[in-house]
Design a protein around this ligand. Sequence first.
Ligand code: SAT
Ligand code: MN
Length: 609
Amino acid sequence: MNALSSDASKSAIHPSASGSSLVALNRWVAEVAALTRPDAIHWCDGSDEESEALIAQMQADGTLLPLNPDTHPGSWLHRSHPDDVARVEHLTFVCTSEQDDAGPNNHWMAPAEAHAKIDALFDGCMRGRTMYVIPYCMGPIDSPLSRCGVEITDSPYVVANMRLMTRMGADALARIEREGSGQAARGGPADTFVKGLHSIGELDPERRFIMHFPEELTIKSYGSGYGGNALLGKKCHALRIASYQARSEGWLAEHMLIVGIENPQGETHYVAAAFPSACGKTNLAMLIPPEGYRRDGWKVWTVGDDICWMRPGADGRLYAINPEAGYFGVAPGTSAKSNPNALETIRKDTIFTNVGLTADNQPWWEGLDNGQQPVTDWRGNPYDPAKGPAAHPNARFTVSAKQCPSWSPMAEDPQGVPISAIVFGGRRASLVPLVFEARDWTHGVLVGAAMGSETTAAATGAVGVMRRDPMAMKPFCGYNFADYFGHWLSFDTPGAKLPKIFHVNWFRKGDDGRFLWPGFGDNLRVLEWMIGRVRGEAGGVETPIGTLPAAGDLKLDGIALSEEAEARLFGFEQAGWKAEFDSIGEYLDGYGSRMPQALKAEQQRIAGL
Ligand code: SAT
Ligand code: MN
């Protein structure tokens, strides 16, 4: 018996639960234990001792391999099952009573059928294993915008990741207990937390489902240990379930980074930006200003790199929190050039998943560009370039957000940060210019709804295929997109002081297939223009698709752009956009009469360009 399971009992009752407020939680844990039949139950308290014992256990059984303690202290390599490396959108379901409520944007199954199907897999699946009960809080423990959940899992790797990615353990349990008694006193249901049940099962892609029951605030995930499928606080709770809750409670749960841009006058503007998975959210959130900007006093503050919860404040502005406490970032491509802050963040106490190794046991991935070479690939085989990359293209690092040099202390502010600008962006090799501004909120919602992007390795399936990914929420919206767009439109009320909405495309290519915009730190030039627009200072030219910066509106000193690059990055291509708007119209029509009329009217207005 290991250190953790020997002191764990078979009791499904939390050891300190004397009062009635944890009744709902205890009852559910007991039900799950009766179904899954674990050998032991461990209630996670989030302590250092607990973490050390778990890590020792995972080191002993090979789940975690120690990395070079001189170069990467406290850091580990996890090699996943080779068939379990990404999200599985075709096995992810939103199970609402009415199919239309899930919408054409989701796979749907009737709740009773889904429960029956997945419970059959859970039946007895934890025999011989320890069941971990993880109370967690998404967002600062004392924030009114935060929400709690409990994940039950048989994976210690999931526990270790949840500890980095969420506020996990005793404080979260105390908040759940408080909220439970508050609700009970008001006569409501005592369980206010999201219930997430997870088992790695047999890690068999044929026996794998990620199911969401938004009406029951419940998630059931079986057969995968991969982040987005298994760390249930993240995409399953903080996006799919939260987006559903947010709709009825008047807030927004979005797939957005949050970054603070401090100008030389010391004024910080917070920007929330939605990009699909593996399109550079982490890089933008941790941007390092180009040298001239640094000299002038510009600073960048990282609040979040993946998820943003926003709610109107008393002053009519939108206030945002990052519900997460860590980063689950894509390793390949992360380098001293692309994201020095990320490299600094992951120098210690980091879990790497599916990266390669150097001869002296340092993590390695394509694009790291540090002069070292891999000897072992992500599967643990001798590295052979003929057999593929050393790191899996979706290899990840998990690390506490506070280790980031640009981490913003405002990430702990219970009130959140006021948002000045919302940015939508995709990977578009052609047509879409570097940046444009929507003319008003309704137009901005259309810009988000019409987002397109080329697919990446973050989900299984073909890479590089253009698909509509509205607001980067295609894999993550827990309800019908038509209703979601309607919800977005509903924020435009008298007295609201809404952020300006922009669209960017860092990925425009030239005829030779190379990116035309340098990206990374130079993206601050684009953010500066946006902030100038917010302050009513920066100029631009109006076009049917929105306002583009004219020559001279964006500072380009020190960047050598070819004539072709300037024309494509800052030009409006009438014929291409006409075809694009026809295709956007067809996309919106796919949602039938549920699609808000205001959005269709906006599409038609612009389609006449
Ligand atoms: O695996 S995650 O879904 O958390 C990462 C991503 O795809 O955005
Ligand atoms: Mn993401």
